[in-house]
Design a protein around this ligand. Structure first.
Ligand SMILES: [Zn+2]
Length: 152
C-alpha cells in the first residue's frame, strides 16, 4: 500500500498562512481574483508567500501589497497575468515568484538592508531590486549565496 505524502501546501494551509495579515486580493489583480477567487493564491510561490508573512511578523508593521480591494488602485505588485502590461515579459511577477510591497512607516531602503542582514530568516529570497521606492523580492535562480541586488 502506498501512503500518500501529507499535503503541506494545500489551498487551506495557504489561506491560513496569510489570514492573520493579508487577503488573497493583495496577491493578484482584480481580473485574476474575479476569475479564480481564493484559488488565486495558488498562483504565487509558497516560499514567497512565507517570506512576506515573515516580513510582516519581523517588522510588526502593516505590509501593503496590492490595494485595489480596499482603498487604492495598485494591482500589479503580485502575480501579473498575460494581459498585464506592467513590467518586463520575463518578470518573476509573471511566474508567481515575485512580490512588491511597502512596510508602513519604514523606508524601503531600510527594509532591504534589514532583510539582507537577516537573510537566514528569509531563505526563499534570491533577488531584490535596488534603489526603488518599494521592496521587490523574488526567487529567480542565481549562482550567488547572497541576495542579488539588481536595477529594475
Ligand atoms: Zn517587482
Amino acid at each position: 500500500m502506498v501512503i500518500p505524502p501529507k499535503n503541506r501546501d494545500s489551498l487551506k494551509s495557504r489561506l491560513e498562512l496569510i489570514k492573520p495579515h493579508f487577503i488573497v486580493q493583495e496577491f493578484v489583480s482584480k481580473r485574476v481574483y474575479d476569475l479564480l477567487g481564493d484559488y488565486a493564491i495558488l498562483l504565487i510561490d509558497r516560499g514567497i508567500i512565507e517570506t512576506v508573512v515573515a516580513v510582516r511578523e519581523f517588522f510588526q508593521c502593516p505590509v501593503v501589497i496590492n490595494t485595489w480591494k480596499n482603498y487604492g488602485a495598485i494591482d500589479g505588485r503580485g502575480y501579473r497575468d498575460l494581459k498585464e502590461n506592467t513590467g518586463s515579459t520575463g518578470s518573476m511577477h509573471r511566474k508567481g515568484g515575485a512580490l512588491d510591497f511597502v512596510v508602513q512607516g519604514i523606508s524601503s531602503r531600510i527594509v532591504r538592508e534589514t532583510i539582507i542582514a537577516n537573510r537566514h530568516l528569509f531563505p526563499h529570497v534570491t533577488r531584490m531590486e535596488d534603489k526603488v521606492e518599494w521592496v521587490h523580492i523574488d526567487n529567480k535562480f542565481t549562482e550567488k549565496v547572497d541576495i542579488e541586488l539588481f536595477q529594475p
